[in-house]
Design a protein around this ligand. Structure first.
Ligand code: ADP
Ligand code: MG
Length: 243
């Protein structure tokens, strides 16, 4: 499979705090990678470096052949191919569900309104919220908001989706619906990098699990390898706490 994301010698420091300590990895088309690790270990920082929401201190990130750190690279163009979903949904409160999803294709790609609306309607069906299209975010549950946020990210037809703890802010009964939407995406072959504490989801859906601690990926393998036969004591300690 084609390489989608290449990270080489990525270093990210905040002052004296080295959060990512010379990290390298390669992610292929269709990979579903779950990143696990303790709080403060750099999971969000790593994910945000992948679309340069965070500026790396040094190293290279290459997305579909585009060198993110090159001055000549149009980062906004690269970002259009990368959908991102955050823990807190960040929907626009003054726009309806449908309008939230239509906005980026119309503003950034110049999609005609009718086309954007048709696509948004389809995406709402995909995430199981066709009947909510005229509602406003404030009137939705957390799980519904997160599914709208996923539909909004998909509206740009990304070929990579990044998820930063998409279910961490949800009431337990909402988590399943969001994970099911993500599972559907994975089955369709979407390249996904997911920071999550949902170990059951990681086991079932991911083809790769990476454990980060102390600025490094200590584990990188199949769910079975990482969960059943971790190479580092620190991984086992972490798993003992969360499983
Ligand atoms: P995680 O997502 O794994 O919980 P983060 O990537 O958010 O961890 O943070 C990793 C480390 O980087 C933490 O020690 C955090 O305090 C620090 N950090 C994150 N963002 C900033 C920032 N904008 N300024 C300074 N330190 C930061
Ligand atoms: Mg985080």
């Amino acid at each position: 499979m084609k390489e989608k994301i290449l990270v080489e010698n990525l270093v990210k420091k905040y002052g004296d705090n080295t959060v990512l300590n010379n990290v390298s990895t390669s992610i292929k088309e269709g990979d579903v990678v779950c990143i696990i690790g303790p709080s403060g270990s750099g999971k969000s920082t790593f994910l945000r470096c992948l679309n340069r929401l965070e500026e790396p201190t040094s190293g290279d990130i290459i997305i579909d052949g585009a060198h993110l750190m090159d001055k000549t690279t149009n980062i906004n163009q690269v970002r259009q191919h990368i959908g991102m979903v955050f823990q807190h949904f960040n929907l626009f409160p003054h726009l309806s569900v449908l309008e939230n999803i239509m906005l980026a294709p119309m503003d950034l790609k110049g999609s005609p309104k009718k086309e954007a609306e048709e696509q948004a309607t389809k995406l709402l069906e995909t995430v199981g919220l066709a009947d909510k299209k005229n509602m406003y975010p404030d009137n939705l549950s957390g799980g519904q908001k997160q599914r709208v946020a996923i539909a909004r990210a998909l509206a740009m037809n990304p070929d990579i989706m990044l998820f930063d703890e998409p279910t961490s802010a949800l009431d337990p009964e909402m988590v399943g619906d969001v994970l099911n939407v993500m599972k559907k995406l994975a089955k369709q072959g979407m390249t996904m990098v997911i920071v999550t504490h949902e170990m059951g989801f990681a086991k079932e859906v991911a083809n790769r699990v990476m454990f980060i601690d102390g600025g490094n990926f200590l584990e990188d393998g199949t769910p079975e390898q990482v969960f059943n036969n971790p190479q580092h004591e620190r991984t086992q300690d972490f798993l003992d706490k969360v499983l």
